[in-house]
Design a protein around this ligand. Sequence first.
Ligand code: COA
Ligand code: AMP
Length: 636
Amino acid sequence: MSHAARYSEVYNRSISDPSGFWADEAQSIDWIKPPQTVFDPSLGVYGRWFPDGMVNTCYNAVDRHAEAHPDRTAIIHDSPITGTKRKITYSEFRDEVATLAAVLQDFGVKKGDRVIVYMPMIPEALFAMLACARIGAVHSVVFGGFAARELATRLDDCEPKLILAASCGIEPGRVVHYKPLIDEAIEIAHHKPESVIVFQRPQETAQLKAGRDFEWQTLVGEAKSKNRQAACVPVASTDPLYILYTSGTTGKPKGVVRDNGGHLVAMSWSMKGIYGIGPGDVFWSASDIGWVVGHSYIVYAPLIVGATTVVYEGKPVGTPDAGAFWRVISEHGAKALFTAPTAFRAIRKEDPEAVELQKYNLKGFRALFLAGERADPDTVKWAEEKLGTPVIDHWWQTETGWAIAGNPFGMGMLPVKHGSPTVAMPGYDVRILDEGGHPVPAGKMGSIVVKLPMPPSCLPTLWNAEDRFRESYLTTYPGYYSTSDAGYIDEDGYLYIMGRTDDIINVAGHRLSTGAMEEVLSGHPAVAECAVIGAKDALKGEQPCGFVVLKSGITTPPEQVEKELVARVRDQIGPVAAFKLAMVVKRLPKTRSGKILRGTMKKIADSDSFNMPATIDDPAVLDEIKVALQGKGLAK
Ligand code: COA
Ligand code: AMP
């Protein structure tokens, strides 16, 4: 059977007989009580998967492999930034996780309690996530590049019982002091977690506050000396496994909820069907556990199938050079790598001829997977040529937890069309609708939606925000999940993602809200109004670019205000916002009804051609914007 025929058969079955399809895949999971019902449309907002099943995610990701293959490597930690490497077997992993879980229980953490994990790319971060899963606690990992205020927002939203943290993260040339950020966040937040357990890294010893803060190593050491380990706690398939906050259209992030059963099943399918990874294979996802890619493909999916996951603490370039990725692949025998296109753009920029690649033997390497942002054809072609392996773009979101569209490499690869993440994955009935909600013909742009129900692993709701869930995703096109991406499907069923329909931008594969940045800028006492756009950037895909109009009577020099605005975004959202461009302008371009013309400003910044908006109030403002941008090296 051809790959195309096989894909069609599998995909069509997933749409015509979803219960049969996912019931088969559910066999790969060890259930405590196997589900009798595969999908119940009457539960939750749009139905729930495996609602009467009981399961434990940690058991499936750790214990069952520790029992069957205790000496198999579960985690390879490779940290060029600290010059350390460490391998952990499944049996060691189970002991670490079970011990930490017992410590959490000592602190009164029970099924359903939330725990914030604020940790860098070290194995202990995985112990933390799995220890929560083991006892049915709900983890919420916060990326280390966010500022204290962002952490505080999450504290207030998910109200964790405690925080599991490390003393620091390490970025090239600087130590990221986590503890002061945590202290400040707790200070700002209304909800105060009872305790903070801090893993003290050799690079920095955090100050602990008596009565509230505890040293991880001491607690775990004591628990180990008493042989204390927590058992896996049975949870309902529909109980939450984690909450992961992602940018929404306002400053308040959305708490995407992931359940246990559906997630296990979808992770398992994707590992085989998309990535072609099975037990004992080495899989490397060069992302961060703070993002969904890290949750799904550094932590859960490779472990659920009993593979070995590489936890990399470094960058694609500079740690120490542009050969870092090739070294890790060859040294650990990685069969596949998953990363964001920006990482490859960075490598290519530094080593266009891939001279570094010649130093390494990548013989076991099968495929490169890219996601998180648009994979520009130039970068894809470069990677294909240099690696000599398939390079596979796939498209998904924090909300889904796994690919909506991809090329099913594990099942049999379909021909690649550069610029397209290929075709819909099983369970996703992807459609393109016009503004009125009508299907558009092949090749025509529209809003990309998924016909309900969503397949397993996709968010059943937003944490404590069911109305926001309906409003954000389900009300624009009744009966469909709205992805907020625009694009088209060609005559062969290949999907093309052309951009967001909301104010989200994508900077180095990081999803950021321009609305949130505008909130920060307008909080500056000198600012009357502002607009933030994502301007094209050759390395990071997009870079945020802020325009502000000052209040009348402000005498502070514009350059001073611009500096303060850059510092303000770094301080209130975090370095990850990569906000470096602020410019004071006399006025913003608006329609006669007062709507800011952000789309036109972006076109000017990107040096793209545009039609003069018919409703513009004063076209002369556009020239002022262009001059301001040219002053910053943009807009040819
Ligand atoms: N903790 C603290 N700060 C962090 C951080 C973390 N975990 N991760 C990034 N930052 C900081 C960076 O140090 C940088 O700070 P700076 O302004 O002081 O230089 C800032 O946040 C912006 O980070 P980023 O946009 O990621 O750029 P970078 O300078 O770290 O380099 C590239 C990133 C260009 C090398 C890029 O190719 C890359 O690899 N990006 C990450 C891709 C990724 O993992 N995406 C996740 C989705 S799959
Ligand atoms: P996140 O939730 O952080 O994973 O970001 C999801 C968003 O990133 C999507 O809605 C897209 O806008 C964008 N995105 C992710 N993967 C791709 C891709 N392969 N091609 C184009 N855009 C992508």
